[in-house]
Design a protein around this ligand. Structure first.
Ligand code: FES
Length: 612
């Protein structure tokens, strides 16, 4: 690669220009200590391929930068940092990203880098239909290709609303450049008549109260206005809080970053610090492959269990780990399921929310409490090990962050069940369901799809008792399509009026991390591709025994074979476009729902783009 050393534009003499082109890498802006013995030189920066050569194409790159008002001082010898911003006008969880991106830019400039904001697909959990999960892999592809095709040396990833965190990290992992994740931060506690409201969980709860006639229409309107009252993502231990904490536990955020509420001034400082740090990471060539090891993913799974995580964590962690070349599967979650839940945050916990968790010491406090179960040598984006990052961790509220011998729930947040109804597994969140339902047998009440369920569930003459097992099928990765969060089926209105608030529900869908109840999810293989769930009929007896990790459909094998012979696959849901591609390449829940062609073992990496 030829560096421009003989041009003297802009009135500079050749020596001055030479210094601009190939300066010494700046000293560390964070701790003065380089993370590795060898730091990159300016000529080794990836972006130098675009800007340094003395050829016509590089002339075009430089002149177009100058068209935007930049000068050589802005780019020569400076790492170019992409800021992947998932802000949009219709993503309330990321509304503050419009401002926070400036804080990140500020940090990048302080450390001697050049920030470039690159907008990416914004997946708002509240508005994107039929489900954001249909588009998680699309955002991952967006990120991977944005990074690969542009003249950037590393990236800051801005996300938080559910799927955005795994999607950003999956894409950046495949791209392989140094990157740091900036979590959006949870919103403040909700409030209604002096009562604390939690995202999702209280929406479900008060919706049932309204259906039972126990709150007024005006109450409902007031709850609507009070449940989400600041910037930030859902503040229960839903998928957003779970996935940002997992990003931190893996080592991909600054230490302590994931717990900071979006509205806290510390969040602004964290953004600037992340901007400073990514510049250093580029000089250190601290890539995701040096951080995202099997040990890091084991840490993430154990931390997730101790947090009382969202069931969605299973799908996303499997997908992300496999992008990183780590063969993580359901067995790894089951192996960690003995760890108790020590974060007293709803819905597994009793009353607290993420704001309380932050004041109590945050994720660092929680990791301190379970230190003996973590791989403390795992490297993180800070350039230090997880153990070193925890040196200043503390717990300030013993009720919010419990000790291992005084847990919120002793038996593990998630359990993986298998049996003839789910040969490739399914999951339940025992910490968020009524204990008497952890061992249960009852007759199935089967709904073939969501519209059928919705039509029937409020009927007064529905033939259902609290012992029934509600079954929803054709809600999986292909059947949904996109595996929507329909798994917390509503309790039939008839039973709600009788005071029933939980019953066993089984589906090939997911459920929101803010949901709760005896919901058995992610049944694999899904019904749409002929999994055993497709063969269940109303009245069949289904047995669940969480302690034994067992689920069974108590129908003789010969009868199931007869039903299988009669089974007719449903027609494909898409005949063109992204959906068409999705249906052909999506993998099942136990494999993380990634596209087969994006998994690491599919083929050779794309490599660097040609520049001719
Ligand atoms: Fe964005 Fe819940 S809607 S995190």
């Amino acid at each position: 690669m030829a560096l421009v050393t003989d041009l003297a534009p802009l009135g500079r003499d050749a020596d001055g220009l030479r210094e601009l082109i190939a300066p010494e890498a700046p000293k560390s802006a964070t701790n003065g200590q380089p993370m590795t013995a060898r730091r990159k030189t300016a000529s080794e920066l990836r972006s130098a391929r675009w800007f340094a050569p003395d050829d016509l194409r590089a002339f075009g790159h430089r002149s177009r930068f100058m068209q935007m008002g930049y000068g050589p001082e802005d780019w020569v010898g400076r790492p170019v940092v992409a800021i992947i911003n998932t802000w949009s006008d219709i993503n309330p969880c990321h509304a503050h990203f419009k401002h926070r991106v400036e804080d990140i830019k500020h940090g990048i400039l302080q450390a001697g880098g050049l920030p470039l904001e690159l907008p990416a697909l914004s997946l708002s959990e509240s508005y994107v239909k039929p489900t954001t999960m249909l588009y998680r892999n699309m955002l991952a592809m967006d990120v991977e290709e944005l990074l690969r095709c542009h003249p950037v040396d590393g990236a800051v990833l801005m996300g938080g609303c559910d799927k955005t965190t795994p999607a950003l990290l999956m894409g950046a992992t495949s791209a392989g450049f140094p990157c740091i994740f900036v979590p959006a931060g949870p919103m403040l506690r909700g409030n209604w008549k002096g009562k604390v409201l939690g995202s999702g969980s209280d929406a479900w709860k008060y919706w049932d109260e309204r259906r039972a006639g126990e709150i007024t229409d005006q109450d409902w309107v007031n709850i609507e206005a009070g449940i989400a009252r600041s910037d930030g993502h859902c503040m229960t231990m839903g998928t957003a809080s779970t996935m940002t904490a997992i990003a931190e536990a893996i080592g991909m955020t600054l230490s302590g970053a994931s717990s900071i509420p979006a509205a806290d001034a510390n969040h602004i400082r964290m953004c600037a610090a992340s901007g400073r740090r990514i510049v250093e990471m580029i000089w250190e060539d601290l890539t995701p492959s040096r951080i995202q090891t099997r040990a890091a993913f084991e840490n993430a799974i154990r931390v997730a269990m101790a947090m009382g995580c969202s069931t969605n964590a299973i799908i996303h962690v499997i997908a992300q780990a496999r992008r990183a070349g780590c063969e993580i599967g359901l067995a790894d979650f089951e192996a960690a399921s003995h760890l108790p839940v020590i974060a007293n945050v709803r819905p597994s916990g009793e009353r607290y929310l993420m704001e309380d968790f932050y004041y109590a010491g945050g994720l660092k406090g929680l990791m301190l409490r379970m230190k003996q179960h973590l791989n403390l040598d795992a490297m993180t984006v800070t350039g230090r090990s997880l153990g070193e990052n925890l040196a200043d961790a503390a717990v300030y509220d013993e009720d919010v962050i419990r000790s291992l011998d005084n847990p919120v729930y002793a038996d593990g947040a998630l359990a993986v069940l298998t049996g003839n109804l789910a040969p490739d597994g399914c999951v339940i969140k025992p910490s968020a369901c009524a204990p008497h339902l952890l061992k249960h047998s009852g007759p199935a009440l089967v709904f073939d799809d969501y519209p059928a369920m919705k039509k029937a569930i409020d009927r007064d003459d529905l033939d259902v008792t609290p012992d029934h097992v509600l079954v929803l099928r054709n809600a999986g990765p292909q059947g949904g399509p996109g595996m929507p969060e329909w798994g917390m089926l509503p309790i039939p209105k008839k039973l709600v009026k009788q005071g029933v608030r939980d019953m066993v529900r089984i589906s090939d869908a997911r459920m929101s991390g803010t949901s709760y109840g005896a919901c058995i999810l992610h049944v694999a293989p899904e019904a749409h591709i002929g999994g055993p769930l497709a063969l269940v009929r109303t009245g069949d007896i289904i047995s669940v025994d969480v302690a034994r990790r067992a689920i069974s459909l108590n129908v003789p094998a010969a009868e199931l074979a007869r039903r299988r012979a009669e089974w007719v696959p449903a027609p494909a849901r898409f005949e063109r476009g992204y959906g068409w591609m999705f249906l052909r390449h999506i993998r099942q829940a136990n494999d993380g729902c990634d596209f087969d062609f994006l998994q690491r073992d599919f083929g050779a990496a794309a490599g660097e783009p040609d520049i001719f």
